[in-house]
Design a protein around this ligand. Structure first.
Ligand SMILES: Cc1ncc(COP(=O)(O)O)c(C=O)c1O
Length: 372
């Protein structure tokens, strides 16, 4: 039998990590941080209100352990806002923790996941950290899902959990709900649907949880609610799954300060809704504007708070990203399939977006000139 430490050494050589882009960004940057899809449209008053509430409850927010009563209250409020059965909700430390808990649960009963790509990179990292095998299904060239192919792969590879991100990050588009439902209906697998961007899109998968006992939806409060720094999200799942997840999660996985802040934030849904609508309007306007730029060959029909677009082969996206950085704009590329030569940019205030478009045009012009 191989020594325990030898096995851990082996693992440490192959373990995959999240490539954290914050390592390269000045935390004091005022604008131009268009890399994380944070909510940049929520007004200052929203945050001031949250901070005032924390100040009023400083003992509960910092001195004391998180309160089960406050947690129940915020879960009640989420259930009321989104019209979800109370027993089907579990608050988590971001959609990330939700994903990890679900992989933790599934790793005890299956050793294979199927990841619908392109997608958010953490699914594979969590599955692999649970020592699961990660199979891929790469979507079709027309950016749709072929449910029959997915079903076949699930059977062929003996898949116990499928991860799909809809609306999709990094593509920004939505897949058809009926295609996902077909897979759910015809497979013996857990379907984890990552709805981190659902408020910016048109589809709500949470109803599927009522109809099928193999659907789990994960959501984030980082994007639409603008609370990324607090690390908040939630799971919507059948009660029997929520019961298992409660058994796996840490007792105090949500910090007191996050709970107290959320208590106040959830009372301000009107402000949040308004910011979401503004983001959607600016996004659609900017898609048209970016489409007009020379060398941009494709702009995806975003149903998120970011825009993904493709450059033609005369340019290199990484070089454009580098030039944009020099001009104060942080954006991203992706190594996911179907995203060759693409750039992803978070939707910000209209003025910032117009400056971004100008910077992009300049970067393209300079790149072209330097290679001619
Ligand atoms: C698709 C997707 N899922 C999950 C997450 C993680 O979200 P959270 O901040 O709630 O952990 C992100 C963050 O960017 C994401 O894009």
């Amino acid at each position: 039998m191989t020594k325990i430490t030898t096995r851990l050494h082996e693992w440490s050589r192959e373990v995959e990590h999240y490539a954290d882009p914050t390592a390269e960004i000045d935390p004091n940057i005022k604008y131009g941080r268009l890399i994380f899809n944070e909510n940049l449209l929520l007004p200052e008053e929203y945050y001031i209100e949250i901070v005032r509430h924390i100040e009023k409850k400083v003992d509960q927010a910092i001195r004391f352990y998180p309160s089960a009563k406050v947690r129940e209250k915020v879960e009640d409020k989420l259930s009321e806002i989104y019209k979800i059965d109370r027993e089907k909700i579990l608050l988590t430390a971001g959609a990330d923790e939700a994903m990890k808990l679900i992989y933790d649960m599934c790793s005890k009963i299956t050793d294979t996941t199927l990841i619908v790509r392109p997608c958010y990179g953490m699914a594979k990292i969590y599955a692999r950290s649970m020592r699961m095998r990660a199979e891929d299904y790469i979507i079709e060239r027309d950016y749709t899902i072929d449910p029959d192919k997915v079903i076949e792969r699930i059977r062929e590879k003996n898949v116990g959990i499928v991860y799909i991100c809809n609306p999709n990050n990094p593509l920004s588009i939505e897949f058809e709900k009926r295609d996902i439902e077909k897979i759910v209906e015809r497979s013996d697998t857990i379907m984890m649907i990552d709805e981190t961007y659902h408020e910016f899109g048109t589809i709500d998968h949470s109803r599927l949880v009522e109809r099928y006992d193999n659907v789990v939806v994960i959501r984030s409060l980082s994007k639409s609610w603008g609370l990324a720094g607090l690390r908040l999200g939630y799971v919507i799942a059948p009660e029997y799954i929520i019961r298992i997840l409660r058994g796996i999660a840490q007792p105090f996985n949500i910090s007191s300060v996050a709970l107290i802040a959320l208590e106040r934030a959830l009372e301000m849904y009107d402000i949040v809704r308004k910011a979401i609508e503004e983001i959607k309007t600016i996004r659609d306007e900017m898609i048209k504007r970016i489409e007009e730029i020379d060398h941009v060959t494709e702009v995806f029909r975003s149903r998120t708070n970011f825009i993904t677009f493709r450059l033609d082969n005369t340019l290199k996206n990484r070089e454009i990203v580098k030039r944009l950085r020099e001009k104060g704009f942080y954006v991203r590329t992706s190594s996911e399939p179907l995203l060759d030569n693409c750039i992803r940019v978070t939707v910000a205030q209209r003025e910032v977006m117009y400056k971004f478009v100008t910077a992009l045009e300049e970067a393209i012009y300079e790149h072209e000139r330097s290679h001619s």
